[in-house]
Design a protein around this ligand. Sequence first.
Ligand SMILES: Nc1ncnc2c1ncn2[C@@H]1O[C@H](COP(=O)(O)OP(=O)(O)O)[C@@H](O)[C@H]1O
Ligand SMILES: [Mg+2]
Length: 293
Amino acid sequence: MQALRGDQAEGARRMMQPKPVRVLAIASGKGGVGKTNISVNLGIAFTELGRQVALMDADMGLANIDVLLGLQPIFNLSHMLSGERTLAEIIVRGPGGLSIVPAASGMQRMSELSAAEQAGIIRAFGEIDQEFDVFIVDTAAGISSGVVNFARACQNVAIIVCDEPTSLTDAYAFIKLLNRDYGVYGFQIIANMVADARQGQALFNKLCKVADRYLEVALNYLGAIPQDDDLRKAVQRQAPVILAYPQSKSARAFKEMARNMDAMPIAARVGGQLEFFVERMISYSNSRIAAIA
Ligand SMILES: Nc1ncnc2c1ncn2[C@@H]1O[C@H](COP(=O)(O)OP(=O)(O)O)[C@@H](O)[C@H]1O
Ligand SMILES: [Mg+2]
């Protein structure tokens, strides 16, 4: 029998199983290192590659996605849980065709869900008509149980670091916790606000050096986003830099990073359908509560 060509094999595979979703949690130990900007701009860069992208706002802090995009979502996941709205109804269309799941206040209730509510939310993500290719979770700063649960559920965590001593030590502490306590082994690293590519690589090398010495982890460098005044100007205009200043150096870096990531295979344990991710997220938050009780 003639072997299937690559694209035919891919087509056959797609027909047999649902499309895997690239799930990525954006985290950092320290706040203000650019998580929300990276989530939004990377997300839009993926839509420019023809991907359907959902962005979940899991940052309960102040400068979150709706502020950055000048959106005012009325509903969030808590309204879906209470049955007032469907998942499709709470999703907000953002610039660049991004679909945003406003989850802020809903997430605080995640650990208190009844079994029926859990089943409902998992089913909602499974039944949603729109198929997403990429699901990005913008997490809060710090090492709260919520952030840890998101990162564990995603299995694919991008840690943002910048050239400040506390950024590196906090990133290391976060990696150590996820690795030692939760068995997360692989981490993606993005350097932000760097002067040049060399500084980004040097930051990554520093982090690798300590991680290699004390932990059993694999760090993969996704690249760097330069320090860019246009990004700051865009934030003030409540617009993502990739749309406000598409030719800026940070916008170009976001596009390149998305292209590179898009070419990476979705590892079996990293991908999977969205409802599996949500299921994991809920069961982890429950196990955390059970452990404390
Ligand atoms: N690449 C960059 N160049 C210049 N300024 C940046 C860059 N990334 C982030 N910033 C600045 O840092 C601020 C915080 O970014 P934000 O994405 O809100 O961080 P976080 O979500 O981690 O708290 C932004 O408002 C912006 O002023
Ligand atoms: Mg943020």
